[in-house]
Write a protein that binds this ligand. Structure first.
Ligand code: P6P
Length: 338
């Protein structure tokens, strides 16, 4: 047996000691881990449990059909965080408005935003899905959190992570000191350090995008994708195309192997001119993680983490992954600004 097994709890305790933290942040991470275990247990049964699979008939703020597992996961994360007295406000993909802490519960110094179950349209076809979260320090002084607390730029993130529910359940997170991955060992019910100090290769051989949007892309994107599919690129041969259609799964593969994920602006849906993905609880947390791993995330024109949000469910184009690949995309996009 390997005596140097590092559990997630031991890892955050070590991190806390480094920062002489009071433990508030550690408590939030521990609660997120607890919620992830609860959600993971249901995800693994989703194919079997009729009453949790399938649609509620409702639509979320995005106008997307809400799957029951979405609703369940959203409630699990909210209820795991709203009573510990460390959080002053939350925001979720599933809730149109900010999620306030119940009046009777103490408020804390942190703001948590999350996509409780991203890729949920893949649930009933058993494709990997994930939770994405970002944690900020509050700006307001005390009491209930405010919209200003939620609309902070990504470079102010205090911590960020995701959980991928796949052949194994893996948590990847950062608090600004590098990126570490933990795998859930179902025999003990603990997340164990399995991917220490993750670094993304400066350049990859994989690109991930929905090529069905090709007719709606701008010139710079068209030229870039055609370049990747030719022998004119730096590899001297076409990149490999890999697209799962589940952001966390596509991002995780590229983080470990290198590559670029693109959900660029397109003209397909006038209501979503800047692309499909959301800034606060999808792009920003993953951008923080990828930069901590040596990568980069951009809209094609500016660094994701520099964007000052103006609304909770704001969408952005997301080009993320190996730094040299993303910078190369920016060159194509900026060359065709018209
Ligand atoms: P498309 C899943 O619905 C999601 O929000 C992300 O997980 C994923 O990257 C993207 O949408 C896929 O979108 O338009 O390619 O189906």
């Amino acid at each position: 047996m390997n005596e140097t097994i590092i559990s997630f709890d031991r890892h955050i305790m070590n991190e806390q000691r480094k920062h002489e933290g009071r433990g508030d942040f550690s408590s939030i991470l521990s609660q997120i881990i607890f919620a992830a275990k609860v959600v993971a247990a249901q995800v693994s049964h989703a194919g079997l449990v009729e009453d949790i699979l399938g649609r509620t008939g409702e639509k979320n703020i995005q106008g997307e059909e809400v799957q029951k597992l979405d609703v369940y996961a959203n409630k699990v994360f909210i209820n795991s965080l709203n009573y510990i007295g460390k959080v002053c406000v939350m925001a979720s993909e599933e809730d149109e408005e900010m999620i306030m802490i119940p009046r009777e519960n103490p408020k804390g110094d942190y703001v948590v935003m999350f996509d409780p179950l991203d890729g949920s349209t893949n649930i009933d076809v058993n494709v990997s899905i994930g939770t994405i979260f970002g944690i900020y320090k509050r700006i307001s002084d005390s009491g209930d959190g405010t919209l200003e607390d939620c609309l902070q730029p990504g470079y102010k993130l205090f911590g960020a992570g995701y959980i991928i529910y796949s052949s194994s359940i893996i948590l990847v997170y950062t608090t600004g000191n590098g990126v570490n991955g933990f795998s859930l060992d179902p025999s003990v019910g603990e997340f164990i350090l399995s991917h220490p100090n993750i670094k993304i290769p400066a350049r990859g051989k994989i690109y991930s995008t929905n090529e069905g949007n090709y007719p709606y892309w701008k010139k710079g994107t068209l030229e870039y994708i055609d370049y990747l599919k030719s022998d004119r690129n730096t590899l001297g041969k076409p990149y490999t195309s890999r697209y799962i259609g589940s952001l966390v799964a596509d991002f995780h593969r590229n983080l470990l192997k290198g590559g670029i994920f693109l959900y660029p602006e397109d003209t397909k849906d006038p209501k979503k001119p800047t692309g499909k993905l959301r800034l606060l609880y999808e792009a920003n947390p993953l951008a923080y993680i990828v930069e901590q791993a040596g990568g980069y995330a951009s809209t094609g024109y500016e660094r994701i983490l520099d964007i000052k949000p103006n609304q909770l469910h704001q969408r952005v184009p997301l080009i993320i992954g190996s730094k040299d690949d993303v910078l190369e995309y920016e060159a194509f996009a900026k060359k065709n600004l018209d």
